[in-house]
Write a protein that binds this ligand. Structure first.
Ligand SMILES: Cc1cc2nc3c(=O)[nH]c(=O)nc-3n(C[C@H](O)[C@H](O)[C@H](O)COP(=O)(O)OP(=O)(O)OC[C@H]3O[C@@H](n4cnc5c(N)ncnc54)[C@H](O)[C@@H]3O)c2cc1C
Length: 337
């Protein structure tokens, strides 16, 4: 099996699922990594360390900024000349556009959000969650090459080997584009829950600490927000000690406690961390569909009947305002932080 692995990066910072895709490709046969951009030597070096058999690099000022037209055109020209069986992409906002456009150019299809892949008598068969993760679907693509975007953290990342090296093969660049990137501005609340190994999430319960006295002069809503800030400060501290990210339920987001980019669930992000700690979250089905594939779920809730406990391996029935700081302290000691 000859596989291309598209390495997705922003200004040299590679999306970790790119290396997971490379590990998958290596398990299937020959893996050629495809790297586009301007000044990509460092990524080329890393690709060899992660096990690439070959690096195909389009290193050109015209590709400095991601734009779907020149990227798709360069990739489809390359695929036409080298005929891979499969092109893997880490699933990101950029690759969603790139894979779709490349598939149109190559007159084939894209299998998105893949969490497992096998090659059998039917060809390349992928598994992917559908209906908000309630069902797993097996799907094939009759076109060639097969294009597939893989979900982050669904496949193991290979161990890099610093002794591996190689030289990139230059790829012809198709620089035609109608669009131009005029600049970037960082989103204030950018949070990457998809790549997080640990997520500590807060729900409506983070504002429920009547013993916390807000500053004088606040009305009821202001007092609720102020309490939620104290609650999320505790959650953020625990996440920091564990090197993790902060998530939230929709009730916390709708309540204005935390920006939407932190929301986990049906209308938020679908996450697959190794550890998910749910604090003051009841466990509504719309929340569960976003986190039920976490490897280990811990729930902290005052209500012993909260549905989240059915999803949790470990549950603590208690007040998060006592339990979370105690956990933070215990982890701090254990991890020497
Ligand atoms: C179409 C649709 C899409 C939706 N999408 C999403 C989504 O993407 N994500 C999502 O999360 N929800 C989503 N929802 C909302 C979902 O149905 C629930 O309303 C929401 O998840 C509830 O959030 P919560 O658990 O934080 O709040 P609640 O259900 O109010 O639960 C709060 C919990 O905190 C506990 N608690 C209170 N105080 C404390 C304390 N001091 N210490 C410990 N525990 C405490 C309570 O016992 C309770 O269990 C969606 C709903 C719809 C209809």
């Amino acid at each position: 099996m000859k596989t291309f692995v598209y390495i997705d990066h922003f200004k040299g910072e590679v999306q970790p699922a790119s290396w997971e895709a490379l590990g998958l490709a290596k398990s299937l046969g020959t893996a050629s990594t495809v790297i586009f951009g301007s000044g990509v030597d460092a990524i080329t070096k890393t690709a060899f360390e992660y096990g690439a058999d070959e690096v195909l690099a389009a290193d050109d000022a015209a590709l400095a900024d991601f734009r779907a037209e020149p990227y798709a055109s360069t990739l489809s020209t390359l695929a036409t000349s080298r005929s891979p069986d499969l092109i893997l992409f880490p699933m990101t906002a950029r690759t969603r556009e790139l894979a779709a456009m490349t598939a149109v150019d190559l007159n084939t299809g894209v299998l998105t959000d893949v969490t497992a892949l096998e090659v059998n008598g039917k060809g390349i068969v992928v598994t992917r969650p559908i209906y908000e993760g309630k069902l797993l679907e097996k799907a094939v693509c009759s076109g060639k090459p097969v294009l597939a975007t893989i979900r982050g953290r669904a496949f193991p990342k290979p161990e890099p080997d610093a002794s591996r090296s190689g030289t990139a093969t230059n790829v012809e660049v198709q620089a035609n584009a109608l669009t131009e990137v005029q600049g970037y501005s960082a989103s204030e609340s950018a949070v990457n829950l998809g790549d997080a190994g640990v997520i500590v999430s807060g729900g409506r319960g983070v504002s429920n600490n009547p013993s916390l006295q807000p500053p004088a002069g606040m009305d009821e809503k202001q007092a609720e927000l102020w309490r939620a800030q104290q609650g999320f400060a505790l959650i953020t501290e625990l996440a920091n000690v564990l090197g993790g990210a902060v998530g939230a339920s929709r009730a916390a987001v709708d309540g204005g406690y935390i920006p939407y980019s932190h929301q986990v669930g049906q209308t938020g992000k679908v996450v697959t961390p190794d550890l998910y700690i749910a604090c003051g979250i009841s466990g509504a089905i719309q929340h569960l569909v976003g986190m039920r594939n976490a490897k280990l779920v811990v729930a902290i809730n005052k209500d012993s009947d909260a549905p989240i406990f059915k999803q949790a391996r470990y549950g603590v029935v208690g007040d998060l305002f006592q339990i979370v700081p105690a956990l933070t302290e215990a982890f701090r000691k254990k991890l020497g932080k």
